[in-house]
Design a protein around this ligand. Structure first.
Ligand SMILES: Nc1ncnc2c1ncn2[C@@H]1O[C@H](COP(=O)(O)OP(=O)(O)O)[C@@H](O)[C@H]1O
Ligand SMILES: [Mg+2]
Length: 269
């Protein structure tokens, strides 16, 4: 594999990541053991940013795959394609990562069907191999390769959960929205709004998070707070900014929208 190909997956600039506990040290230890890692937590709480930061810190290329239910094993592993000369094999992202020693991040892995998920099993065995069945080849993962998956435990029905035989191949780390002061720091730093505004946004989020399971499936994520801050920083009226980024994305229920809009009004009214 050419150096240019590897370079394109390297993260050039240090991603901004605010550590919330000992996750950086834990992940480094897991990487040093080449242990597969599972990041669990609600959407928009910092999982992807954390992986980007760790890939940068460890100096490893990062290959991210957003999983979905239409994804097949071939989408991960590779397939034969037709070109002028005939058929050529093209590696999928998992195969590329295994060959170049990248960190392969399978985002929202439960979205993939179970027959797709099982292709990662041999990579998590001590032999760390990947069979390319259609090509009749078995590759050995590069010594720097590591597999990381994320998933949001809240969404899954029992039907769609990961199998124990998959789960128990990973060390797992819990992620959640950062505590208030840290989250306000993140929002201020990411968007340029001042501390006071960031703190208000976080307080609104806390109100909404208390409604999880009481009419809301998910609370307001850190990602949405960053969206709100971005609009406010561009001069959008905070009420309109919050309505667009904190309330509308979350729910279509008119009563719930009123409740959330009212909460926004108590901070920005
Ligand atoms: N600990 C953190 N440090 C820095 N930014 C964070 C942190 N947690 C969340 N963010 C912000 O929230 C956004 C969404 O986080 P992301 O990693 O994409 O969420 P997830 O992958 O968990 O869905 C990021 O783009 C970043 O702006
Ligand atoms: Mg993500």
């Amino acid at each position: 594999m050419s150096d240019a190909k590897i370079e394109q997956y390297k993260i050039r600039q240090e991603p901004y990541y605010e550590a919330v506990a000992n996750e950086v040290e834990l992940y480094e230890a897991a990487y040093n053991a080449r242990m597969p890692v599972m990041l669990k937590g609600p959407t928009g709480c910092g999982k992807s940013r954390f992986v980007e930061y760790m890939a940068w810190k460890l100096g490893r290329p990062l290959i991210t795959v957003a999983c979905n239910e239409d994804m097949t094993a071939s989408d991960l592993v590779g397939r034969f394609l037709l070109d002028k000369e005939g058929t050529v094999w093209q590696d999928g992202p998992l195969t590329t990562a295994a060959r170049i020693g990248a960190i392969c991040y399978l985002d929202e892995v439960v979205e993939a069907r179970q027959d797709t998920t099982v292709v990662i099993h041999p990579l998590t065995d001590h032999r760390r191999t990947l069979p390319l069945d259609k090509k009749g080849e078995v590759i050995e993962a590069h010594e720097d390769f590591q597999l990381v998956i994320s998933y949001n435990p809240g969404y899954q029905s029992l039907m769609k959960d990961l199998k124990q035989s998959t789960k128990q191949r990973f060390g797992a780390m819990d992620f959640d929205y950062p505590e208030a002061a840290t989250e306000a720091n993140i929002v201020a730093r990411e968007t340029g709004v001042d501390k006071a505004v960031a703190e208000k946004l976080v307080q609104i989020a806390h109100r909404a998070r208390n409604l999880k399971g009481h009419g809301l499936d998910e609370g307001i994520s850190t990602r949405l707070l960053v969206y709100a801050g971005q609009l406010i920083n561009k001069g959008v009226d905070p009420l309109a900014a919050c309505s667009m980024t904190l309330v509308r994305p979350l729910t279509d229920d008119p009563d719930m929208r009123d409740t959330l809009d009212a909460a926004v009004g108590t901070y920005f009214g």
